[in-house]
Design a protein. Structure first.
Length: 451
């Protein structure tokens, strides 16, 4: 038994003991224990991540918390099939020379390591502006980044390899909080607000959240990555002596990619769900005479990561169905006393109290479960729905570990950065966010007149 397995076993035994001491109903106690045990196993990896996911999918119906049908209904969620279609589309880059061509174009700009990491971070923000789905953003960007890492002769999990991957993934995920359409929790919170008669517009959301929680957090993340890994670019990168040939297959791949980006970027106009665009594009990728791929490329899909994604959604559904999420939300709302406090402190308290829930269930579930009770609590203290909703969004945007966000797990699956590198980077960025950026954002909100 190695060190990680020993630590995981000790934590699991402590979780089981804690579950029996908490005054909850049996289904609530079981689902809370399963959530914490899964979090431990997905972070420390005492067993492979897909094996933990399968164990969770088995434990939920066997324990009686949910039925088999309701557990596996999670695989019918649009996000699961968006991951599938994203993996098909990403092969447009990996199975043609398009990835090598794009990585060569990026490598031609290599000058200074710090400036390069900053450029990659801003590229991640640009992707968040163009493509609503964080998973698709990662699946399109990672093949190009891995081709670049290989061209630079950087070893997998090396400081340079980790810095390149994490700079884009962290920027496109954390920066997405500041863009209404770039984060699922944002859309969930917006839906709850609109259900209560308060519309939120794209530009309004960006004006309040993007400057500090979006752009400034991305810049802070880039600085953390530079200081943490101190990446050094090689003096003589392994670039091809002659440019790659841009043939018919590459032209088809690029055309389909641009078609997908155009479809995802304009979904607010045509209202076609991103997963339908992704599945349609997947078919075109493999269609005879249209796409450069064939049906045989379906064998190259990373199906274990789809099992993981489905298990996360199944856990979130079980959390809601068992009543555990509602019970915890009520407990936090009762404990959170907002009366007779300055608005600054009230909004800060909302963001901070939301954050622990991100460790238990998907952040979209957190937004859906906590927004209604916190809106009622805020209204009783004189807060507006917009103030409360934006504060909840700031909280749901803080994920400390890869299992809390599917895009991070997708990036980890490529094997170019270790779990330790992911966790350390994400924790440092979130600590900067909690200690510095959340208060600074509230100062900004006060300055522009939100309160």
């Amino acid at each position: 038994m190695n060190r990680n397995q020993s630590i995981a076993l000790a934590l699991i035994l402590a979780i089981v003991a804690l579950a029996f001491s908490i005054p909850l109903e049996t289904p609530e106690r079981i689902v809370l224990a399963l959530a914490l045990i899964s979090a431990v196993c997905w972070t420390l990896e005492p067993i492979p991540i897909p094996l933990t996911a399968l164990g969770l999918l088995l434990a939920l119906p066997v324990s009686g918390v949910t039925t088999f049908e309701s557990t596996f209904a999670a695989f019918g969620r649009p996000a699961v099939w968006l991951v599938f279609s994203g993996m098909v589309i990403s092969q447009l880059i990996t199975e043609t020379k398009l990835g090598d061509i794009l990585s060569s174009l990026i490598a031609s700009r290599l000058k200074h390591s710090a400036a390069f990491i900053l450029e990659l971070s801003l590229f991640g923000v640009l992707l968040a502006l163009l493509i609503p789905s964080g998973v698709v953003r990662v699946l399109i960007a990672l093949p190009v980044l891995t081709a670049l890492i290989d061209a630079l002769k950087a070893e997998r999990n090396s400081p340079l390899s980790a810095a390149i991957v994490l700079s884009v993934v962290c920027a496109t995920y954390y920066g997405g909080t500041g863009i209404l359409t770039a984060s699922v929790p944002n859309l969930v919170i917006m839906g709850v607000l609109e259900g209560q008669g308060h519309s939120v517009f794209w530009a309004e959301w960006a004006g309040y959240v993007f400057p500090v929680i979006g752009l400034l957090r991305v810049l802070a993340g880039a600085l953390v990555i530079i200081l943490l890994f101190r990446p050094k670019l090689p003096d003589h990168p392994n670039l091809p002596s002659s440019p790659f040939e841009f043939g018919r297959r590459e032209a088809k791949a690029l055309g389909l990619l641009l078609l997908g980006v155009a479809g995802w970027a304009t979904d607010a106009i045509h209202h076609i769900h991103p997963v339908l665009i992704g599945l349609g594009l997947s078919i075109l990728c493999m269609a005879p005479r249209i796409g450069p791929l064939s049906a045989d490329h379906l064998r190259k899909i990373n199906y274990p990561i789809i099992i993981y994604i489905g298990s996360v959604f199944a856990l979130g559904d079980a959390f809601v169905a068992s009543g555990a999420s509602e019970r915890l939300a009520e407990a936090f709302a009762a404990w959170l006393d907002l009366a007779d406090r300055p608005v600054f402190m009230q909004l800060a308290a909302i963001s901070y109290v939301v954050t622990p829930f991100n460790f238990l269930v998907d952040t979209a579930v957190v937004g859906g479960v906590l927004t209604p009770p916190l809106l009622s609590l805020g209204a009783a203290s004189g807060l507006t729905p917009l103030q409360v909703g934006l504060s909840i969004a700031v909280g749901t945007g803080m994920v400390f570990m890869p299992y809390q966000g599917a895009p991070f797990m997708m990036a980890y699956a490529y094997g170019y950065a270790t779990m330790r590198q992911f966790v350390l980077t994400m924790m440092l960025i979130c600590l900067v966010n909690l200690i510095v950026l959340v208060p600074l954002n509230l100062v900004y909100w006060s300055y522009i007149g939100l309160f």
